[in-house]
Design a protein around this ligand. Structure first.
Ligand code: HEC
Ligand code: HEC
Length: 323
């Protein structure tokens, strides 16, 4: 099992790697930690969904895994004034994170403060990742260190027409709803693990909550998981104004959301991208074999399903469907 002492050991090894005299650290890094970081970055937190370019069909270009994207103009589909937003190169190349110390990578992920104390926009969901455990944040940072360096120089971010002199406030842990299953129910522990996956280390909650860029807290804390965030539809390789806006669905068990869904229905939908009525889910929901969630374990998807189907229901009203 992973322990804090092994994390500390690996951290000291990785920290040495900025010293040019130090031997390469690959091989010294605990493979269990790298595997955990890989799983989280790939399938749970979806880092690769935002930080990897796509091909013309909209699938991730795996030859450029985590090498950054010059133009994430799709991230704010409702506001054409928010211009070119690069998602940085996260590989250890000098055009990416280079030799950035692990502690700084963790700060970027959880606090939204980048290299040189640069304040990141809330397009990087640090306000959600803020609540991930130290152990998981370390695992992701260490995994990024083991990536193949890819030379991909990206433009620097342009000023945005909104007040962004400080990072978005983190979502308070206490604001995230708990399962309504009583603690006497043996499934409640699994549902609470689903809460961690969906709202703290992963980003279901980020896409599935109404969101306004420029607010101190972009997510509507009174309607977490109730959907209605405007997102850009599948073909985000098409520049504005051709892009199409779609809205995320309500994931709470209300008539306007996942009423009547079983945990297994959720499990199938997020893994395969086919919902309960046999409809293919629209992108950018990252489900199915080409999306991040295709790689989630059966146990984790069931835990997420147990959590969502036992949330306090919220009425979102009618959300326009993408179909
Ligand atoms: C929804 C899209 C999205 C997701 C998901 C996402 N990022 Fe980001 N990330 C961004 C954007 C956009 C920026 C640039 C923000 C800015 O410049 O203001 C960024 C910036 C960063 C930076 C700062 C790098 C630098 O050189 O400034 C790091 C490190 C980072 N992300 C790591 C991660 C990791 C690790 C994950 C997964 C745990 C992740 N990101 C998930 C969009 C995303
Ligand atoms: C990048 C944004 C994004 C992320 C992250 C995301 N979703 Fe979605 N999700 C969407 C959108 C958009 C839709 C609507 C798709 C459609 O209507 O076809 C959707 C649809 C769904 C549906 C189908 C609901 C229905 O009524 O048919 C389920 C279930 C779902 N998401 C669960 C999840 C879970 C669980 C997670 C985290 C593991 C998650 N989503 C993360 C954007 C996202």
């Amino acid at each position: 099992m992973r322990t804090f002492s092994s994390v500390a050991l690996v951290l000291s090894l990785v920290a040495c790697s900025s010293d040019p005299q130090a031997p390469p650290n690959t091989g010294l890094v605990d493979p269990a930690i790298v595997a955990r970081g890989d799983y989280l970055a790939r399938s749970v937190a979806g880092c690769g969904e935002c930080h990897t370019p796509r091909d013309a069909a909209g699938n991730l270009d795996m030859s450029m895994w985590m090498a950054g994207v010059a133009d994430r103009f799709d991230l704010v589909p409702e506001d054409p004034n928010v211009g070119q937003i690069p998602a940085p190169n996260l590989t250890p190349d000098p055009t990416g994170l280079g030799a950035m110390p692990v502690a700084q990578i963790i700060r970027a992920i959880r606090e939204g403060i980048g290299p040189g104390n640069r304040v990141m926009t809330p397009l990087m969901p640090s306000y959600v990742f803020h609540n991930m455990t130290d152990e998981d944040a370390h695992a992701i940072a260490i995994y990024l260190k083991t990536l193949r360096p890819i030379d991909n120089k990206l433009p620097t971010r342009q000023p945005l027409p909104i007040p962004l002199d400080k990072p978005a406030s983190p979502v308070p842990e206490s604001a995230i709803p708990h399962t309504t299953l009583p603690s006497s129910n043996p499934q409640s522990v699994r549902a609470e693990h689903g809460r961690y996956l969906a709202a703290e280390v992963g980003f279901c909650m980020d896409c599935h909550t109404h969101w306004v860029l420029g607010r101190d807290q972009p997510l509507d804390l009174d309607a977490l998981f109730a959907g209605n965030r405007a997102l850009s539809a599948r073909d985000w390789t098409v520049p504005p104004p051709a892009r199409r806006v779609i809205y995320s669905t309500n994931l709470t068990p209300h008539k306007s959301g996942l009423d009547k869904w079983s945990p297994q229905d959720v499990q199938v939908a997020i893994k395969t991208g086919i919902d309960r009525s046999q409809t293919q889910l629209c992108r950018p929901m990252p489900s199915g074999p080409f999306g991040a969630f295709g790689g989630l374990t059966d146990s984790d998807t069931l835990d997420i399903g147990l959590y969502l189907t036992s949330l306090p229901p919220i009425d979102s009203g009618d959300i326009p469907s993408c179909q």
